[in-house]
Write a protein that binds this ligand. Structure first.
Ligand SMILES: Nc1nc2c(c(=O)[nH]1)N[C@H]1C(S)=C(S)[C@@H](COP(=O)(O)O)O[C@H]1N2
Ligand SMILES: [Mo]
Length: 556
């Protein structure tokens, strides 16, 4: 099952340093301890001074309303389907997280400002340290697909589950509201909160409250927990996920502000995942502790039998199936990754193309928003051609623009500048997870297209770099003509009111604001107008698309 890495891939994906470290800011640790500690402390104080509170289950109708009893087939199915998706979403999410193993509450992602990191490394200040250098290894036992810098495949898995996860959730929610089953999950009165607290005091002081039979009703704490994982966490996950999309962020500036900013959304997305993990652990432990066989009969065969072993068997089969699914997913990731890439393009590529890809980026950032730090990424060009140009400040640089155009041209930087310029202050969204806000000035691609006059068959523009991809070979990427003509799509020669530095892509780099960072080719050498991306490189739309299974369309 171990993937066959070439030596270049092995150096990236399976590096010698595979330490796993979690390091949170002291304030984050203290905050967590205060929240948990004060709840426990309050429970113990209440218990020691006033004794154990009355058990709310005893004062309620223990059988509940018979109309909502039991676990209908639809509830059982959606519960298990949800469980599968959740595990795969968490596992692929962990792989994505490790590609930029730091979480922040600020947009600049300045090293040291993270509230938690999953890497032992501090960013070295004395040399160039790119975001790719910073990616960490994660064991394939925990992550899907695991290893280091496998964000492309991890995203395929993560996103491919989203539509099904949503549909499954909608089926479940529609069902419980068409029947009376919602009454079991939605607290009916404020009394639920003090009741839930009383039950918490029981658990916190090591007393088991009287268990209502879950076939008929839940206790108050259980009800609140289930309510949260069904009605609070999923919307939070969805909104925080959407807030990370460059297409959405650049059109609806207010959207990430729901979470403070884009990195706040990323942190919340992580905390939702952590909450789900905590819930799953407690949920499974309670299912086991309060009558495993009976509870499993409830949720598998839908009977309330304490002795029938059917639920146990089916539960065991389902767990085995989940493990089998994870192994199959691992196999697909390394042996048939193109299947996954195709499926992801078919499903989400299509959904994005029809929806968020249509949004036109808007301008709203101002000078004061510019980030004090901007992660560099990619490999600096090593060719003599580029190095010579750099030494002479790009005086001899000529951008070659050709392909299916009426008027192919070669233009120097001064000639490009004479064609016009536009300025944008925008947020850059790297696929790895970091962001940064910078000012860019350059030639609108629209002006370039007007000059060279593409044939009517042109759908795509290819941007070739002087630099190389992660495993060597020319770095390139493609964009639809349509996205290149959107506002803010420019060939930039200026960054933060200075000539574009070498590290950030001199002499020219691309900005196409509804896309992720890897589509913004740096150190541009030439441009080609083509009918389709399929005839360029390996045909997937760019160097990362060819070799790392990134998305052709990068709206999310
Ligand atoms: N030629 C080239 N361009 C590139 C890359 C690269 O590796 N080579 N990396 C891309 C990625 S993944 C990102 S996030 C941005 C990073 O831009 P920055 O260095 O200005 O942050 O450049 C993009 N353009
Ligand atoms: Mo990136």
């Amino acid at each position: 099952m171990i993937p066959q890495f070439s030596s270049a891939e092995k150096a990236v994906a399976f590096p010698p340093d595979r330490r796993f470290v979690i390091k949170a800011k002291p304030t984050a640790v203290i905050l967590l301890m205060v929240i948990i500690g004060s709840a426990l402390l309050a429970a113990w104080i209440q218990y020691l001074i006033m004794g154990l509170p009355a058990d709310p289950a005893l004062s309620e109708n223990p059988t509940g309303s018979m109309g909502t009893a039991g676990f209908p087939a639809l509830v059982r199915f959606t519960h298990w389907i949800n469980f599968f998706f959740l595990i795969l979403l968490v596992r692929s999410g962990l792989s994505i997280l490790m590609d930029h193993p730091r979480l922040y509450w600020n947009n600049s992602c300045q090293p040291g400002s993270e509230w938690i990191r999953f890497t032992p490394l501090k960013v070295p200040a004395d040399r160039v340290w790119t975001a790719k250098d910073d990616a960490r290894y994660i064991s394939p036992l925990a992550g899907l697909p695991g290893y280091r810098h496998t964000v492309g495949l991890a995203r395929c898995w993560h996103f491919i589950h989203v539509p099904f996860f949503l549909v499954n959730g909608l089926v479940f929610i529609s069902f419980i509201f068409f029947t009376d089953h919602w009454k079991r999950l939605v607290p009916a009165s404020w009394q639920t909160f003090p009741d839930a607290w009383s039950i918490f005091v029981h658990y916190a002081t090591f007393h088991m409250p009287v268990e209502p039979n879950g076939f008929y009703q839940y206790n108050a704490l259980q009800q609140l927990a289930y309510f949260s994982v069904i009605f609070v966490l999923p919307p939070l996950a969805m909104l925080s996920g959407m807030a990370m999309s460059p297409a959405i962020e650049n059109r609806f500036h207010w959207f990430p502000k729901i979470f403070g900013n884009r990195q706040g959304a990323r942190s919340v997305h992580f905390l939702v995942m952590a909450s789900y993990l905590v819930f799953i652990i407690i949920h499974v432990a309670m299912v086991a502790a309060t009558g495993l066989a009976r509870n499993l009969n409830h949720i598998t065969v839908g009977t309330d039998d304490p002795n029938d072993p059917a639920g146990l068997y089916i539960g065991a089969v389902l767990i085995a199936l989940l493990i089998g699914t994870c192994i199959a997913a691992h196999w697909i990731s390394w042996r048939r990754p193109r299947w996954l890439q195709y499926a992801e393009a078919k499903l989400n590529g299509t959904l994005w193309r029809l929806s968020i890809n249509k949004l036109k980026p808007r301008r709203y950032f101002t000078k004061k928003d510019i980030s004090p730090f901007f992660w560099p990424n990619g490999k600096m060009p090593v060719s003599k051609e580029w190095q010579d140009l750099s030494l002479e400040n790009y005086a001899g640089y000529k951008l070659k623009i050709g392909g299916l155009v009426e008027n192919p041209v070669e233009l120097s930087l001064d000639e490009l500048k004479a064609l016009g310029s536009d300025e944008t202050i925008t947020m850059h969204h790297c696929i790895q997870g970091w962001s940064g806000i910078a000012q860019w000035r350059g030639l609108p691609l629209k002006a370039l297209a007007d000059l060279v006059k593409p044939h009517s068959s042109v759908t795509t523009i290819v941007f070739y770099s002087f630099g190389e991809g992660l495993y060597g070979g020319t770095y390139y990427d493609t964009h639809t003509l349509d996205n290149c003509l959107k506002p803010g799509s420019i060939l930039a020669w200026e960054m933060n009111y200075q000539p574009l530095p070498d590290l950030y892509g001199a002499p020219l780099r691309l900005r196409v604001e509804n896309q992720l960072g890897y589509k913004m080719v740096k150190w541009i050498r030439s441009i080609e107008f083509v009918e389709t991306h399929k005839t360029v490189g390996k045909g997937f739309g760019g160097k990362n698309e060819d070799e790392e299974y990134f998305d052709l369309l990068a709206n999310s």
